[in-house]
Design a protein around this ligand. Structure first.
Ligand code: NDP
Length: 326
């Protein structure tokens, strides 16, 4: 029995603001988009509490609520939103092949990549152990801070994310110790000033993590060392938060697309085009500079418009349909 291969005019991978905005535009252009949500439906914004800088929400909106609204808007124009994880692609031909959960094969005229980025970890064995156990290691204060109310926590990082998360935690926790590996912050002055001026945040400069301590089930503290003096000490803590940046989710594309040294997809300047015709990119998968919901949405719009123009130019040569065949 031969396997059924689905044919799709416009496949969108990812369900953050970039993916849903691409879907809204593609659906309204009658491209019958199919959107795969990936492992974190709604993307990184679902881990954010209040979004106050997305135009059109004068009172702010929570990240999860905003993503539900975006999904509804995409579905209103008949975007086919599906659960599933794209595990493999083959962009070597005119028709782009993708595999869902390693099994289902789809042939696409256009693909819009909106796979976003994922949080980085230090990579220490002890960190990974308690992360996997769900025992007190987290890369998202907004998601997990609630569990550490009135407790003492440690956060690593000195960028804007770390400052934002440390400040968020300071409102819930008894004490937040912030580990900064240099003698200064990377964060903007205003964000750094906010943490410096928060009473229950203690900042330890030139300080790195040696080990996340625990009782085998949950975190009980963090062993740190001063990288100037090599002095070590233990900080009691029930939560260990890591806020040291993100990695773009682009590994499955690396054999076909041009990526920069950190893995961000390189788009043609001023467009959402990649080096492969018919494959477009939007959102944080290609953006290491702005990384905002509104810029992701903007590039989602660009990707759909670029895809539409590409299809219009190619229409004569493509057998465009959303039917299936054996
Ligand atoms: P950044 O790359 O800006 O900062 C990462 C931080 O983590 C740096 O301070 C870095 O230290 C530290 N770090 C990296 N690896 C390690 C390690 N192994 N051990 C200890 N510390 C480490 O990432 P962010 O996620 O903070 O920000 C990304 C972008 O998003 C930035 O452009 C930022 O401005 C933006 N942003 C804006 C916000 C806002 O305006 N509201 C909120 C959040 C992010 P070092 O400095 O020594 O390299």
């Amino acid at each position: 029995m031969s396997e059924t291969i689905e044919k799709v005019k416009c496949l969108i991978i990812g369900s953050g603001p970039a993916g849903y905005t691409a879907a809204i535009y593609a659906a309204r252009a009658n491209m019958k988009p199919v959107l795969y949500q990936g492992s974190q439906p709604g993307g990184q914004l679902t881990t954010t509490n209040e979004v106050e800088n997305f135009p059109g929400y004068p009172e702010g909106i929570t990240g999860p609520e905003m993503m539900i609204e975006l999904q509804k808007q995409a579905e209103r124009f008949e975007t086919d939103v599906r659960d599933g994880w794209i595990t493999k692609v083959d962009f070597s031909g005119d028709i782009h092949k993708v595999w869902v959960n390693d099994t289902k094969e789809i042939h696409c005229n256009t693909v819009i990549i909106s796979t976003g980025a994922s949080a980085k970890y230090l990579g220490l064995d002890s960190e990974q152990k308690y992360l996997k156990l769900g025992g007190g290691v987290s890369a998202c204060a907004v998601c997990d801070g609630f569990f550490y109310r009135n407790q003492e926590v440690v956060i690593v990082g000195a960028g804007d994310s770390a400052c934002e998360e440390a400040h968020y935690l300071s409102k819930l926790c008894k004490k937040v110790t912030m580990l900064v590996r240099r003698d200064e912050f990377r964060a903007s002055k205003i964000m750094a000033a906010r943490v410096k001026n928060t009473e229950n945040i203690e900042i330890l400069y030139n300080t790195e993590t040696e080990e996340v301590l625990g009782d085998g089930q949950v975190v009980t503290g963090v062993r740190v060392f001063n990288n100037q003096t090599n002095e070590k000490h233990d900080i009691p803590a029930t939560g260990f938060f890591v806020a040291i940046g993100h990695k773009p989710n682009t590994d499955i594309f690396k054999d076909y697309l041009n990526l920069d040294e950190t893995g961000y997809i390189i788009n043609k300047p001023g467009t959402a085009k990649t080096n492969v015709e018919g494959v477009f990119v939007s959102g944080d998968a290609a953006d290491h500079v702005y990384r905002q919901a509104v810029t992701a949405a903007g590039t989602g719009c660009m990707a759909a418009l670029d895809a539409e123009r590409y299809l219009a130019a190619k229409d004569a040569t493509f057998e465009v349909s959303t039917s299936t065949y054996n």
